[in-house]
Design a protein around this ligand. Structure first.
Ligand code: DGL
Length: 277
């Protein structure tokens, strides 16, 4: 088992993880990747702990069976609700040589370094906000950081339905930015704690004062993975290098191709798979 090599897998409930995949490919252009979006069951953000864990574990097992030995949960909701159980309880039984990593830890490490006012805003799904993962993890980085959260339940459905650039979306973006910033006028850093949200970046910037730093996770996660692979050469040497990406979705392949192609600005091949029997 130890010597088996394969692509790095990137998983999200839907299209959001593509914002992370893009940055991973920039930093690791020679690596092979598999992307899986569970679009048929997105959004995850309003689902219970048990369901998010169950769906995420199904996806991780599927990605392992496709040959991946390293899975990045490019989904905050899955990272908040499923990652720890998968790492601690499931991986030792599945294959202790395989790894599953999330997006929250690298994000909070970076945010803690750059905030000057120590007032940080988090925009996320209802599930991520209710899990309190960001406040808890940020407090571990620095006990004087104050964290203000706002759940944006409409944002993922808008992205999943191809509405990111439509005029009606402005209402929902403006509403949540204003609510977040009303919580404390000294917030200087806002983390987009959902990988779908960078797809709304143009509109988010429109309603956020310029002095506030808005952070997408893609490049933060990519830098963190490069660092992780340097520190774990035994994992790195099992990553195949051919510069390829295979895209999978649990929804209709043509639909994924159309929406994902819009964000990736390229034509892609997509395969539909079933995670549930
Ligand atoms: N991209 C996922 C995240 O980062 C979206 C969650 C959802 O499906 O609601 O949380």
């Amino acid at each position: 088992m130890n010597n088996i090599s394969g692509p790095i897998a990137v998983f999200d409930s839907g299209y959001g993880g593509l914002t992370v995949l893009e940055e991973l490919r920039k930093k690791l252009p020679n690596n092979d990747f598999i992307y899986l979006g569970d679009n048929a069951r997105a959004p995850y953000g309003t689902r219970s702990f048990d369901i998010v864990y169950e769906y995420t574990l199904e996806a991780v097992k599927e990605l392992f069976s496709m040959g991946a030995h390293l899975v990045i949960l490019a989904c905050n909701t899955a990272s908040a609700k499923a990652l720890r159980t998968i790492q601690q309880k499931d991986l030792p039984n599945i294959d202790s040589n395989k790894r599953v990593l999330g997006v929250i830890r690298p994000s909070v490490e970076y945010v803690a370094e750059i905030t000057k006012t120590a007032k940080v805003g988090v925009l996320g799904t209802t599930g991520t906000v209710q899990s309190l993962s960001y406040p808890l993890e940020l407090k571990k980085q620095s006990s004087n950081i104050e964290v203000y959260q706002e759940a944006c339940p409409m944002w993922v459905p808008l992205v999943e339905n191809g509405e990111s650039n439509k005029a009606g979306t402005d209402y929902f973006v403006k509403q949540h930015i204003e609510k977040l910033l009303q919580l404390n006028s000294d917030i200087d850093t806002v983390i987009l704690g959902c990988t779908h949200y960078p797809m709304l970046m143009d509109k988010i910037k429109l309603y956020t004062p310029e002095h506030i730093n808005i952070l997408s996770q893609g490049s933060i996660v990519a830098n963190s993975l490069v660092d992780y692979l340097q520190r774990h050469p035994e994992i790195d040497k099992r990553c195949t290098r051919g510069g390829s990406v295979q895209y999978y979705t649990t929804e209709n392949a043509d639909k994924f191709k159309q929406t994902a192609g819009f964000f990736l600005k390229q034509d892609i091949e997509v395969t539909q798979i079933n995670l549930f029997q």
